[in-house]
Design a protein around this ligand. Structure first.
Ligand SMILES: Nc1ncnc2c1ncn2[C@@H]1O[C@H](COP(=O)(O)OP(=O)(O)O)[C@@H](O)[C@H]1O
Ligand SMILES: Nc1ccn([C@@H]2O[C@H](COP(=O)(O)O)[C@@H](O)[C@H]2O)c(=O)n1
Length: 225
């Protein structure tokens, strides 16, 4: 499989200095784990040529703020967090563009237990050389998809994803087994098939890090001055 390295248009006044990699995949496919591994390995290999800053941004931090009624639905597993409209696409686009243009950005932090952003809590991210932007639907909107220099799709079997999700959501996200299964069958699985999987076509696939790592190293070495 070949890896396409794109050069999206960015603000002509600022010198682009960040290589942005989109990392998509179903829930619990291992997106965060793959990003962390890439970050670790890139950090080590880049250290040879001087320090390069690599960061991970999660799409989860861009969930929209919900009304009180929507929060009640969410607590009953009746809110669809897997639909593209659940995300603040405008803020996501601005954040990626600002990152691409070497600006310092502020990323909201999300609380899965309350289904809301943490009030007045932001992570400040200073300019980076490489940013991994991961999430279930980071390839859905063309206007976002086209901002990535490279696209990776973490491909894990559905049973594996569901079993990891059950373990994670019951231990880390304060969910009951019944609620995880209800949400999965009602929203998560159908949305994965409709909105996530079809967008994986032109992305670099698999669930390991070796092939994408080589491609990323090659691409970023050429791209970053
Ligand atoms: N290769 C793996 N083997 C076993 N567990 C894994 C593996 N990759 C991820 N996990 C576990 O599955 C859960 C979801 O992984 P994560 O990387 O957060 O996925 P995603 O970001 O796609 O939701 C986490 O609890 C993580 O520790
Ligand atoms: N309040 C929320 C917000 C999101 N979710 C679920 O999270 C999944 C995306 O996160 P991953 O780390 O699994 O990629 C997504 O499938 C949403 O259903 C939630 O349960 N509650």
């Amino acid at each position: 499989m070949s890896v396409g390295i794109a050069h999206p248009v960015v603000d002509s006044k600022s010198r682009r200095r960040t290589f942005i990699i989109g990392v998509a995949g179903g829930t619990s496919s291992g997106k965060t784990s793959v990003c962390q591994k890439i970050l670790e390995l890139l950090g080590e290999s880049f250290a040879v040529n001087g320090s390069r800053k690599v960061a991970i941004i999660s799409q989860d931090n861009f969930y929209k703020e919900l009304s009180d009624d929507e929060v009640s639905l969410a607590h009953k597993s009746q809110y669809n967090f897997d639909h593209p409209d659940a995300f603040d696409t405008a803020l996501m686009k601005k954040t990626i563009l600002d990152t691409a243009n070497g600006k310092t950005i502020k990323i909201p932090e999300y609380d899965f237990k309350t289904h809301s952003r943490k009030k007045d809590v932001f992570e400040e991210l200073h300019p980076c050389d490489v940013v991994l932007f991961e999430g279930i639907l980071v390839f859905y909107h063309k206007e976002i998809r086209d901002l990535f220099n490279m696209k990776l799709f973490v491909d894990s079997d559905a049973d594996t994803r569901l079993s990891r999700r059950v373990l994670r959501d019951t231990s880390e996200r304060a969910r009951s087994l019944e609620s995880v299964l209800q949400q999965y069958t009602t929203f998560v699985k159908p949305a994965f098939e409709e909105f996530c999987l079809p967008m994986s076509k032109d992305a670099f696939g698999g669930n390991g890090v070796n092939q994408p790592l080589t491609a990323i190293e090659t691409a970023t070495t050429k791209y970053i001055t």
